[in-house]
Design a protein around this ligand. Structure first.
Ligand code: HEM
Length: 528
């Protein structure tokens, strides 16, 4: 038996390590998302390339009459609807006792179900693409140890779909190019550079708070904070990327947003044959927007170079280690990778603080202790310890990046199993962050104090079990940035307002690339 899985692979022949991959006989049991089971016997560890299975898969797609992921989405929708109707039955009462943080089966119902029958590492298919599902930190540790990061790439299926968003930016590049990009980009996020950018964050945040004051004064204390925080975070990233004096920043922002919406409408059919042609019109739209964005970005780069602006783009252009095309793609990467994630982290934090007013008060007291009545100083942000625990606890319960992905660029042996070249890996962060075996029985409770004694792992029983920023060499470069933006913006918000749940809030976390509240986050906001 090699491993229990959604596609269960059982080796019936000689399976000594040295005989891999030639003589292995593999029995593959395929369970489709609609529950049908098929068994194939193949003599090849590259089991997913086997003709029998491939034809099984296309047969499955044809007989289902709908692509795998569409069915999955259907299930997801059903789960959401159930929650929504449950809420309706309770007269829209959204008191915090009705909100459960046990979200894995809501956001990934199919993985949650398959985990129960196949364990924490198994194979599944996305259309015609084989994926190895991993929700076991020890397996991840073995995946990244001894194996050079360069041997793991990013899945080609996603690369294609997300090309207009990330191009060949850091998130997508591989091999020696990834090493070169990472060397240029990492210093741009160093603490001294971050310090220089801290002041850029204050103005967009203050502008948002002024708007909230105006709305509240007009007699409307209910505010959809998610929408406003996302806009604010977009402004922050545009300023940091291009500098204060950039006039075209908001134009780029609008176009990038439009491209994201266009792409989201169809990138769910990953792995479905011919989907590129089915969605040709949308692809053309995204491509056109992409070209327009590139033009604006190129003109901004010229401007940055002329004015010697202190900004992320300025740092990336120094020394010309990245060419113009690459800098353009990194700008898009910062925008897509860096604004929604931080915005969602702040949004989920406000939900949890609204549910736990005593934590809201504790953070307010800490802010007063650290800054007095004075301004927010970059050098003092590190003293906001409790705020740091709250941030990590929110990242655990509502990780804005709910999964990570890899693709084997060559045959890689992990834990005695050969992962054949080309296999995609889907790492379920939400599952690990909600696993009682790793966190204990209070796994679904909001308890920031778990990070008090164990600041890095929060008491998680495995060092890789808490991975909101990814794992291994490709861990997020924006961690320092996130921490700084989080502390600056949250301090400003808590200094001016208190937050409580609006009765209209419907708790329905869902995944659209990031983990977000489906119906936004309406809160009752009151000035202090
Ligand atoms: C709450 C905030 C954030 C979260 C949860 C987050 C999460 C992640 C995750 C999970 C990865 C993938 C790691 C992997 O594949 O192992 C990643 C990579 C990345 N993130 Fe973030 N991120 C955040 C903020 C940011 C910010 C603010 C920026 C930039 C301004 C940024 C830029 C990037 C880039 C460029 C990569 C690719 C790194 C590489 O492949 O070498 N992220 N992030």
């Amino acid at each position: 038996m090699i491993r229990d899985s959604g596609v269960v692979i059982a080796a019936t022949g000689n399976q000594k390590a040295h005989t891999y991959p030639e003589t292995l006989k593999v029995q593959v049991r395929v369970e489709t998302c609609c529950g049908a089971v098929k068994v194939f016997n193949v003599e090849n560890t590259h089991w997913w390339n086997a003709k029998e299975i491939r034809s099984g898969v296309s047969h499955r797609i044809l007989t289902c009459g709908a692509p795998t992921e569409a069915l999955i989405d259907g299930q997801m929708q059903n789960a959401k609807m159930k929650i929504a109707s449950k809420k309706k039955n309770t007269n829209d009462d959204s008191s915090s006792s009705l909100i459960s943080h046990d979200i894995h089966s809501t956001v990934f119902p199919y993985f949650s179900r398959w985990q129960k029958s196949h364990g924490k590492v198994f194979i599944y298919w996305l259309g015609t693409e084989p994926f190895l599902y991993v929700a076991e930190p020890e397996f991840l540790k073995k995946m990244s140890s001894k194996v050079q990061g360069k041997r793991w790439g990013k899945p080609n299926v996603f690369k294609h779909d997300r090309k207009p968003m990330f191009g060949s930016g850091l998130v997508m590049v591989e091999g020696d190019d990834w090493v070169r990009h990472r060397h240029v980009i990492t210093p741009a996020f160093s603490p001294p550079n971050m310090k220089a950018m801290a002041s850029l964050m204050v103005e967009p945040a203050t502008k948002m708070l002024r708007r909230w004051t105006t709305v509240i004064n007009s007699g409307k204390p209910k505010i959809d904070v998610e929408r406003d925080i996302t806009t604010m975070a977009g402004e922050i990233i545009a300023r940091a990327s291009f500098g204060l004096s950039c006039e075209n920043g908001s134009e780029v922002f609008q176009k990038l947003k439009a491209m994201q919406i266009t792409l989201f409408n169809h990138n769910r059919y990953v792995g479905v044959p011919f989907s590129r042609w089915i969605f040709q019109k949308k692809n053309m739209e995204a491509k056109k927007l992409g070209e327009e964005i590139d033009q604006v970005l190129l003109s901004i780069m010229e401007d940055v170079e002329k004015k010697k602006n202190k900004c992320l783009v300025g740092y990336l252009m120094e020394g010309e280690r990245l060419n113009g095309r690459e800098v353009v793609d990194e700008c898009k990467t910062f925008f897509f990778g860096g604004h929604e994630t931080t915005a969602l982290l702040l949004t989920w934090t406000l939900l949890l603080l609204a549910m736990h007013p005593h934590w809201q008060n504790q953070l307010r007291d800490e802010i007063t202790q650290v800054f007095g009545d004075g301004e927010i100083h970059f050098s003092k942000l590190a003293h906001l310890n409790k705020m740091g625990w709250v941030m990590k606890e929110v990242l655990r319960l509502y990780s804005p990046a709910p999964n990570a992905q890899r693709q084997a660029r060559e045959d890689i042996k992990v834990d005695g199993v050969i992962i054949p070249k080309g296999t995609n890996i889907w790492i379920d962060t939400v599952a690990m962050h909600h696993d009682p075996a790793l966190w204990g029985d209070d796994v679904n409770e909001f308890r920031p104090e778990r990070f008090k004694d164990d600041q890095v792992y929060g008491g998680c029983k495995h060092e890789v079990g808490f991975m909101p920023f990814g794992f291994g060499g490709r861990m997020c470069v924006g961690r320092n940035w996130t921490l700084m933006e989080y502390k600056v913006v949250l301090s400003l918000m808590l200094n001016s307002f208190s937050f409580s749940l609006s009765p209209t809030y419907r708790h329905s976390p869902s995944i659209l690339l990031s983990l977000r509240p489906t119906y936004g986050l309406p809160l009752i906001v009151q000035p202090l």
